[in-house]
Design a protein around this ligand. Structure first.
Ligand SMILES: [Fe+2]
Ligand SMILES: [Fe+2]
Length: 245
C-alpha cells in the first residue's frame, strides 16, 4: 500500500500568506505519526514564476519525504529548457508527472515532445505496477464557465485517452489548477483534483450574478490537501483534508 499526500496551487508570491498556508500543510504532514510515501505538488507552485517565489517554495516545501512536482500555468520558467516531465518509482507504484504548460497561456496542452515521452515512459513502465499520471490542467470540464476555458486542450485529451486505452495499468490521473477538491472520470479512470492550498474555487451556483475571476477565487476556506491510497490490488482511494483555519 502506498500513501501519497497531494498538494496543489500553493501560489507562492513572496508574501506571508502563501508561505503560511503552505507551511501549515507541510507542518501537518511532518507531524503525522504514520508513514507517507511521498508528497506531490501539481503545479501553480508560484504565482508569477519569479525567482524569489521559487526560492520561497523551495524553502517551505522542503521535506525529508520525497517531494515530486510538475509545473502549472503560473510557474513560468525561463530560460525554457524543454518540458518538465519526470518519472518516479514509488516502490509498489509508478508516478509519472507531465508538463501541460503552454508558455504564456493559462490553458494547457501536452507538447508533441511530452506526448512522445509519455508514450515511451508508459511502454517501459513495469506492467505489474499501477501507474499514476499527474499534471496541472484537468482533462475534463469542471462545470465552471471560466475554468472550463483553460483546462487541458481537446487534442491532448484525445492523445491521452488513446494512451490510456493502450495501458490499463494507469489507475488514476492527479491534477490541480481548479483549486477545488473534485473527482471526475476520464477514459474510464478517475481524475482526482487536489484542492488549492492558497484559495478555493467558488462554483457557479455558489455566487450570485455573472461569473468573474474575482467572485471565482475564494480566499476564505482553509488550506486543504488530498491523500491518495494505492492498495496492493492497484485500487485508488482518496481522502480530502481541510486544516483548521
Ligand atoms: Fe492555481
Ligand atoms: Fe493553474
Amino acid at each position: 500500500m502506498i500513501v501519497l499526500a497531494h498538494l496543489s496551487d500553493t501560489h507562492f508570491d513572496g508574501g506571508q500568506r502563501s508561505a503560511a498556508r503552505a507551511g501549515q500543510v507541510m507542518d501537518y504532514l511532518h507531524a503525522l505519526p504514520g508513514h507517507l510515501d511521498a508528497i506531490i505538488v501539481t503545479g501553480d507552485i508560484t504565482d508569477h514564476g519569479l525567482p524569489e517565489e521559487h526560492e520561497q517554495a523551495e524553502k517551505v516545501l522542503r521535506s525529508s519525504l520525497p517531494v515530486h512536482t510538475c509545473p502549472g500555468n503560473h510557474d513560468g520558467y525561463t530560460p525554457y529548457a524543454g518540458p518538465l516531465n519526470s518519472e518516479h518509482d514509488l516502490g509498489e507504484a509508478t508516478l509519472i508527472l507531465c508538463d501541460s504548460v503552454i508558455m504564456g497561456r493559462d490553458d494547457g496542452e501536452f507538447s508533441d515532445e511530452t506526448l512522445d515521452w509519455l508514450a515511451a515512459t508508459l511502454a517501459a513502465a513495469a506492467e505489474e505496477k499501477p501507474v499514476l499520471i499527474g499534471f496541472h490542467h484537468p482533462p475534463v470540464d469542471v462545470h465552471h464557465g471560466l475554468l472550463d476555458t483553460i483546462n487541458l486542450g481537446r487534442r491532448s485529451q484525445e492523445r491521452l485517452a488513446a494512451l490510456m486505452a493502450e495501458h490499463p495499468k494507469v489507475v488514476a490521473l492527479l491534477c490541480g489548477h481548479v483549486h477545488s477538491a473534485a473527482a471526475a472520470t476520464f477514459a474510464g479512470r478517475p481524475v482526482l483534483m487536489a484542492p488549492g492550498v492558497t484559495s478555493t474555487l467558488n462554483l457557479p451556483w455558489e455566487v450570485s450574478g455573472e461569473l468573474t475571476w474575482k467572485n471565482t477565487v475564494d480566499y476564505g476556506p482553509p488550506p486543504a490537501l488530498a491523500f491518495h491510497v494505492i492498495a496492493d490490488n492497484g485500487r485508488v482511494t482518496t481522502h480530502f483534508r481541510w486544516l483548521p483555519a
